[in-house]
Ligand binder design. Structure first.
Ligand code: HEC
Ligand code: HEC
Length: 218
């Protein structure tokens, strides 16, 4: 009886030690990825996206540390955005320069800037009239995002960009338009929020259909 008891104590002790060291192993693996990511960020991205991702870098990269942005994208989206870049803008593609492991490390580092969990609601199906959307776009968005979503340096991003559209869902375009990006020039557009535009949900859906229609012409 005593032997069995000692035996089970030993088993429990082994399980506890295993769990603790495994946890530490996991933690140190994670913090290694983050510090490797930080190094890569400082070497490759800081000049444009700024020290804390605020986009205050000398070469006018966007703000990638705001909570609305971080809450609207998955790690896979971030990975793709960096790997494939945005052709025709200042955002380079890193597919050749950095390995997939480097990119995963960068993603781990950028994800550390997310301090809040926010759910950004959008309609389940985003249907609408792209022609009407174009009218709305020209009124409310063109001044910063340029004609046909071409983008304007230091004003607004290129929404017609093929890589942006390829790796971004309608829902993500909708939530970026509706809720904006805190602490950037991209204010909210949805009626009821503190923004200059006060657009109805249907207006935003029309605009999303218009932006999506720009994909084919590229
Ligand atoms: C005053 C200038 C301004 C106006 C007007 C404006 N935007 Fe923006 N928009 C920006 C900026 C700047 C960003 C990038 C923000 C950042 O740094 O993350 C942005 C980002 C976005 C994004 C995310 C793009 C990306 O690359 O992830 C979408 C989508 C968007 N805007 C849609 C719209 C739509 C639709 C309208 C009109 C209803 C609009 N914006 C009006 C300045 C503007
Ligand atoms: C030469 C300047 C420059 C460098 C270097 C650069 N970026 Fe960018 N980045 C930009 C610009 C400009 C955009 C917005 C492009 C557009 O859509 O008009 C952007 C867009 C992005 C986006 C998408 C943001 C959004 O709102 O959708 C991410 C994520 C990003 N960059 C991450 C990185 C990372 C990580 C690195 C380093 C590995 C990096 N960038 C290096 C200029 C740069």
């Amino acid at each position: 009886m005593k032997k069995i008891l000692i035996g089970s104590y030993i088993t429990i002790a082994i399980i506890v030690i295993y769990a603790v060291t495994n946890g530490q192993l996991f933690d140190s693996k994670k913090s290694k990825a983050i510090s490797a990511g930080e190094r890569l960020y400082n070497e490759n991205c800081l000049a444009c996206h700024g020290g804390t991702g605020k986009g205050e870098g000398k070469r006018a990269g966007t703000a990638i540390n705001n909570q609305h942005f971080l809450n609207s994208i998955s790690n896979q989206d971030l990975f793709n955005y960096v790997k494939f870049g945005r052709q025709g803008t200042d955002m380079p593609a890193y597919a050749k320069k950095l390995s997939d492991e480097d990119l995963h490390n960068l993603v781990s580092f950028i994800r550390e800037w997310q301090t809040e969990k926010i759910s950004l609601e959008a309609p389940t199906t985003i249907t609408g009239d792209p022609e009407r959307g174009k009218g709305q776009y020209n009124l409310y968005c063109l001044s910063c995002h340029g004609e046909d979503g071409a983008g304007k340096i230091k004003m607004g991003t290129a929404l017609a960009n093929p890589q942006y559209l390829k790796y971004t869902t309608d829902r993500q375009i909708w939530t970026a338009t509706a809720f904006g990006r805190e602490e950037t020039r991209m204010g909210p557009s949805l009626k009821g929020l503190e923004g200059a535009r006060q657009l109805k949900k249907e207006d935003i859906s029309d605009i999303v259909r218009y932006i999506r229609s720009l994909e084919k012409t590229k």
